[in-house]
Structure formats: structure tokens, C-alpha cells
Design a binder for this molecule. Structure first.
Ligand code: UDP
Ligand code: MN
Length: 339
């Protein structure tokens, strides 16, 4: 009798505590969702001695002190470009003086073409390198299905045929080799700087020459607050993309990377080789081509890093430090676009 009533009391306390905890947790998670927990991890701050030194071919002096709320430089003294740290008019002028042609490559294969390409291109016409000479390179296996988008002056679109890989992972990974070849041909001859992007996103803000540099990497919106040891690098030492536990600076997003033609030739060669070596060993890195891109940028530090404002995921919600997003990810509707 005493035993059962003791059990009953404990049961009651257990349920009371559970209800009490849920009463707290549910409103707390509603107000401050789990995906924002990383906001509790403070970002480092760029030392002011470094800030004063940082310059850039396209933006002249950078006002990195304008954004004390976020990290504006890397340990190897590359700027991390946030809204407010550069003057877009200066960047425009400097790019014009150099008489640049800027490439934008995008792959649209299978159902990705119908679902994303038109919006990507139309929004690029409104926001990507407006006032500069631009060549879009659309890589697809269905050239006839590429939508006709009205292009502004000094802007051209070229369609490049690529054979279709069956698995979506292979489509994604094959981009490195295809880009490498394209950079060795017309794309490499007619442009000086190139941005390489995913198609499942669209521009909502200006993406101008302030992003240009010898090599450019994009901070991943989901990981820029995380401690390094938690970043999703490939850790299997057998993979060409592997980083040891103490390695890795930032986790970069493969949806946006760029640089000069020569630098991108090296980047795509490195990644394509790593992908080939892994395949020969029967391996596939955790995040495919993105893992190899992260390995490359660990070995060859990017000259410029873009803040997550340049490629933001609306699923994360609003954040004070994300003042002016440039590209927004489309919702991930994998069931619709992947086989
Ligand atoms: N892609 C494509 N067709 C496919 C798979 C991928 O065109 O079947 C291209 C497309 O440009 C896409 C990119 O490869 O944006 C990377 O794939 P995805 O965006 O699905 O990868 P995630 O961003 O989800 O990692
Ligand atoms: Mn994508």
C-alpha cells in the first residue's frame, strides 16, 4: 500500500514537472526558435589595428568599424563584407575604370530549370552587377527550355549544353569539372571575374562589384555563429575533402563562390580532382562539391569573404545583424525537383 502510494506521488510529481517545463518551453521556443540558439554564441570582432589596414581593389578603404556587431575580417586579414562597410558607388566606379566583363554561371538541370531559372535570371537583371558588362552562362541539358529573359544593355546570355547526370549529387558535383573546362574556353576569354551560383535562389538586393576579389567565398547562413569544431566539414580522413578536427576557418556555402578566371581555374581543378579521387576510392564527401570547396578555401584562403547577407535563408527568420539581404534561398522542395 505504502509502496503504491509512493509510486503514485512520484508519478504525480513527474507529470507536474513535465507540464511545468512544457509550459515554459513552448512559449520560449515560439518566441526564440531553436535555430536562433546560435545567436547566443557571440561572434569574434575584428581587431581595430587590422581594420584600419584593410583595403580592397574595388571598394577603396572599407569602413569595417561601421559594423561593430559582427566579425568584419579574417585572421589572414581578408575583409568580410557586410552591409554598411563599403561604398557601392566607389565599387561601381572602380569596376568601370577597369572595363570589366563579369561572368555569372548557373546550372539548371532537370526540373531545376523550370522551377528556378526564370526568377533567378529576372532578379539578376534587376540586382546583379547593374551598370557593368555581364555575361550569364546557363549550363543545361535542355537548351531549348531556357526562358527568354529581356536583358539590359551590355548584358548577354549564353547557353552551354551539358550531359545530364542521373543522381542529383552527381549533377551538383559535376559542376566543378564543367566549370573548369568552360573557364578554359570562351567564358575564361571573355570575362575577368566570375561568380558561380546555385539556381535555387533569387536576388532581392544589389549584388555589385563590391563582392569582387581574386577569390571570394560565401559564409553559410546556417553556420556563421557556430564554433569551428561543430562545422559540417568532411571528417573522414580517407576523403580528399577531409579536414582534421582543429582545421577549418569558416563553413562556406557552395551556392556562391567566385574570383578571377585564373583563381577559379585553380579552384575548380582542385575540387574536380578531389571529387575524382574520392569516387575512385568509393567515397562521397558529406556535402559533395561543397566539402571539396571548403577544403580548397582552407588550403588557399579566400581574398574576400561575403557575409551571410549576400546569401540568406529566409527560413532562419529576421535577425538584426542581417540588415540587407541580397540573395534569398528558395524553400527546399527536394521532393519536387530531385529524383
Ligand atoms: N542542380 C541542378 N539539377 C539537379 C541538381 C542540382 O540544376 O538535379 C544544380 C542547381 O543549380 C542547384 C545546384 O546544382 O542549385 C546545387 O543543388 P541544390 O541546390 O539542390 O543543393 P543544396 O543547395 O540544397 O545543397
Ligand atoms: Mn542550392
Amino acid at each position: 500500500m505504502a509502496l503504491t502510494s509512493g509510486l503514485g506521488v512520484r508519478k504525480r510529481i513527474f507529470w507536474q514537472l513535465t507540464v511545468f517545463a512544457l509550459g515554459f518551453l513552448v512559449p520560449l521556443l515560439y518566441w526564440f526558435p531553436i535555430r536562433n540558439l546560435d545567436l547566443l554564441i557571440p561572434m569574434d570582432v575584428c581587431p581595430s589595428a587590422t581594420m584600419a589596414l584593410l583595403k580592397d581593389n574595388f571598394t577603396g578603404g572599407l569602413q569595417l568599424g561601421n559594423r561593430p556587431d559582427v566579425l568584419t575580417c579574417t585572421s589572414w586579414k581578408a575583409p568580410i563584407i557586410w552591409h554598411g562597410t563599403f561604398n557601392p558607388d566607389v565599387a561601381q566606379q572602380k569596376a568601370r575604370q577597369q572595363n570589366l566583363t563579369i561572368g555569372l554561371t548557373v546550372f539548371a538541370i532537370g526540373r531545376y530549370l523550370g522551377k528556378y531559372l526564370e526568377r533567378f535570371l529576372e532578379s539578376a537583371e534587376r540586382h546583379f552587377m547593374v551598370g557593368q558588362r555581364v555575361v550569364y552562362y546557363v549550363f543545361t541539358e535542355q537548351p531549348d527550355a531556357v526562358p527568354h529573359v529581356a536583358l539590359g544593355p551590355h548584358r548577354q546570355l549564353r547557353v552551354e549544353f551539358v550531359a545530364r547526370e542521373q543522381r542529383w549529387q552527381d549533377v551538383s558535383m559535376a559542376r566543378m569539372h564543367t566549370l573548369h573546362q568552360a573557364l578554359g574556353r570562351r567564358l575564361g576569354r571573355e570575362t575577368q571575374f566570375v561568380l558561380c551560383m546555385d539556381v535555387d535562389q533569387h536576388f532581392i538586393g544589389p549584388f555589385g562589384p563590391e563582392v569582387l576579389a581574386e577569390s571570394v567565398a560565401q559564409l553559410h547562413a546556417w553556420h556563421y555563429h557556430w564554433p569551428r569544431w561543430l562545422l559540417p566539414f568532411e571528417r573522414d580522413a580517407r576523403s580528399a575533402a577531409a579536414l582534421a578536427p582543429h582545421e577549418g576557418d569558416f563553413y562556406y556555402h557552395a551556392a556562391v563562390f567566385g574570383g578571377s578566371v585564373a583563381a577559379l581555374r585553380r579552384l575548380t581543378a582542385h575540387c574536380a580532382l578531389g571529387l575524382r579521387q574520392d569516387r575512385a576510392r568509393g567515397l562521397e564527401a558529406l556535402w559533395h562539391d561543397e566539402s571539396h570547396l571548403n577544403k580548397f578555401f582552407w588550403l588557399h584562403k579566400p581574398a574576400k569573404v561575403l557575409s551571410p547577407e549576400f546569401c540568406w535563408s529566409p527560413d532562419i527568420g529576421r535577425r538584426a545583424e542581417i540588415r540587407h539581404p541580397r540573395l534569398l534561398w528558395a524553400p527546399k522542395e527536394y521532393a519536387e525537383v530531385r529524383d
